[in-house]
Design a protein around this ligand. Structure first.
Ligand SMILES: Cc1cc2nc3c(=O)[nH]c(=O)nc-3n(C[C@H](O)[C@H](O)[C@H](O)COP(=O)(O)OP(=O)(O)OC[C@H]3O[C@@H](n4cnc5c(N)ncnc54)[C@H](O)[C@@H]3O)c2cc1C
Length: 175
């Protein structure tokens, strides 16, 4: 669904972090928001490329669990504010050009064997005005292979189920 992004068609060189949506509110129907994988991205994230036989390689923007949850929380806060206080202009924002994401992919189920890849990016959508060289802050953008990823995954497993059940202080658990 189209939201508050800049959907103007333009070449890769003109793509900006500011093209990405912030509130995920539909421009026509102000009471409709599209969080997570539901919103239409303005364009791809990485530079469009072609294979030697001209097959286009335009990876779709990844909208993984962490940003989906952060966006969802902000949409929920805006909707609650509309209902409770009549605020028609959403104040809570979560642009993928301003938030980071972490992803852990693990193989094996043991805590003592197997391996895992832990990856972080910040920001998710590169911002070449802020970080001219790579579009991202390399201090917060890294990949690490190791068993520690298993332990993180296990921790997240219990933390997210706890949160989903709305147990005491669920809201202090981050996305
Ligand atoms: C195999 C797999 C592995 C993944 N691994 C990772 C990972 O390791 N880390 C990570 O960060 N992300 C991962 N992701 C991505 C992540 O799961 C998604 O990005 C995230 O769940 C998207 O959240 P969402 O709330 O936008 O959509 P969803 O989680 O898809 O939620 C949409 C919900 O809407 C419901 N729905 C659909 N139609 C209707 C309807 N008409 N009425 C009512 N309800 C409806 C669906 O049943 C669903 O519950 C993975 C995805 C897949 C498929």
């Amino acid at each position: 669904m189209k939201v508050d992004a800049d959907y103007t068609q333009k070449p890769y060189e003109e793509w900006k972090a500011a093209d990405w949506p912030k509130t995920y509110q539909n421009p026509t129907y102000k009471n409709i928001f599209a969080a997570g994988i539901a919103f239409a991205p303005p364009h791809a994230i990485s530079k469009p490329m072609y294979s030697p036989n001209k097959t286009p390689i335009f990876p779709a923007p990844p909208r993984t669990g962490m940003p989906s949850a952060i966006i969802g929380r902000n949409c929920a806060l805006n909707i609650a504010s509309m209902i409770k206080h009549g605020n028609q202009t959403p104040k809570h924002t979560a642009s993928m050009a301003e938030i980071g994401a972490a992803c852990v992919a693990s193989t094996g189920a043991s805590l003592f064997s197997g391996t895992a890849a832990s990856i972080t990016v910040y920001p998710i959508v590169p911002d070449f005005e802020k970080y001219p060289e790579y579009g991202r802050d390399l201090y917060y953008t890294f990949g690490e292979i190791g068993l520690a990823g298993h332990w993180i995954k296990l921790l997240l497993h219990y933390a997210f189920i706890y949160k989903a059940k709305l147990k005491p202080f669920w809201f202090v658990l981050p996305e």
